[in-house]
Design a protein around this ligand. Structure first.
Ligand code: SAH
Length: 372
């Protein structure tokens, strides 16, 4: 048996490898190794989740951002981005339509837009939870002070997505403005976990300057953090950013990383992302066959969905929410999977009913909060 094949089998058995082993495997694997990995990963996922894929309705409610991440199309410095904000009423109305389409998780995502103060977000979350008691609310709003995270959790938010982007401090610095650091990002993730959120981290595959060693660091970081969800997708350049001429990440690398994540933790919630579907028309199906178990169809209203452009050529920008909902169901059907129209909590929380009540007080902040 080849060395790479042995490493994959060791990962399936032990749930981890050393950093150098991960890096070696990522660098040296061939197509046969990838097929072997995907078969083991699919088996592991099916054992925990069966043939059901969870869906999350993604509502991109504002593309204003005070941040300036070098890779992102809605960064503050991009004067050409056509900015929009949805009102509270528009957000609630969109979710109502989403609920009728069968969504039982709403993901509210935006740039870091100070227009929505902590109270307004809390208000929206509370009203969503009141209107749709059978539904989970996930927030994906970037970095905020611990007191805001605590307020939103108290209002009923169940989950929070904040990709760590890359665990390597220098690599992180090369992709972000000076005001940002991996230290702050990691503290945010730890705060979110301590508050009782189901937490998702993640990274882009093939971001400029990324090496297999960086990816190995990301995997070991995830092993240590033990998040409930991990979102990964290929980096795709956006024409109006400083990284416009950088090459896109590879679909094959992304799929391989998805498979590794599944073997590291068979119970993890792992989306097959829109970015994967953008680089390859069958990307999301391939993502599921490599080990993913979540799809996030877009719920953003037609009038603005073409404006939430983190990267070029994003798919689904001309489609309606119901078209996206049908489309993913059909796509999953072609590979022998179906849509699970339930909240889809992490298996550790299942049977526990809705998320456990949030702690009464926020834990002491581990560090000064990031500037608002
Ligand atoms: N502002 C929030 C949510 C929006 S960004 C936040 O920062 O968390 C959501 C994710 O999109 C980011 O975490 C990043 O990993 C991904 N993303 C941004 N620009 C991208 C690009 N050019 N290619 C691929 N993914 C990108």
């Amino acid at each position: 048996m080849s060395r790479t094949r042995r490493l994959i089998d060791a990962l399936a058995r032990d749930g981890s490898l050393s950093g150098p082993e991960f890096a070696e495997l990522i660098r040296a694997r061939d197509e046969g190794d990838a097929s072997h990995l995907f078969a083991l990963a699919s088996e592991a996922r099916d054992r925990v989740f069966g043939k059901g894929i969870f869906i999350r309705g993604l509502l991109e409610f504002s593309n204003f951002c005070r941040n300036d991440c070098l890779y992102c199309g809605i960064r503050r410095s991009n004067r050409r981005a056509d900015r929009y904000r949805l009102s509270k009423e528009e957000i609630l109305g969109t979710c109502e339509a989403g609920h009728l389409l069968g969504f039982r998780t709403f993901v509210l995502q935006s740039g870091e837009d100070p227009f929505y103060g902590p109270e307004l977000i809390a208000d929206i979350v509370a009203e969503l939870k009141l209107s749709f008691p059978d539904t989970a609310v996930t927030l994906s709003l970037g970095e905020h002070p611990p007191r805001s995270y605590a307020l939103w959790r108290k209002a009923g938010a169940d989950r929070y997505l904040l990709r760590h982007e890359t665990r390597d401090p220098e690599h992180y610095a090369s992709l972000h403005p000076r005001s940002m650091s991996i230290g702050t990002r990691v503290r945010c993730l730890e705060t979110l976990k301590a508050l009782g959120y189901q937490v998702g981290c993640g990274f882009m595959v093939g971001s400029p300057g990324q090496t297999p060693e960086h990816l190995a660091e990301d995997l070991l970081f995830i092993k240590g953090l033990r998040p409930h969800m991990v979102g990964i997708g290929p980096f795709i350049p956006h024409k109006d950013t400083p990284l416009a001429s950088a090459p896109a990440g590879s679909v094959d690398d992304t799929l391989f990383l998805l498979g590794l994540l599944r073997l590291m933790d068979p119970r993890l919630l792992i989306p097959a992302t829109t970015a994967l579907g953008t680089l390859d028309p069958a990307g999301r199906e391939k993502g599921v066959l490599a080990g993913a178990n979540v799809i996030m169809p877009i719920l953003t209203p037609a009038g603005v969905r073409g404006k939430y452009l983190l990267y070029d050529n994003k798919i689904c920008t001309g489609d309606s929410s119901s078209a996206c909902r049908m489309c993913v169901e059909r796509r999953m059907g072609t590979i022998g999977y179906g849509i699970s129209a339930v909240r889809g909590d992490h298996p550790d929380l299942e049977g526990a009913g809705p998320s456990p009540p949030p702690p009464l007080a926020a834990p002491a902040p581990a560090a000064p909060p990031p500037a608002m």
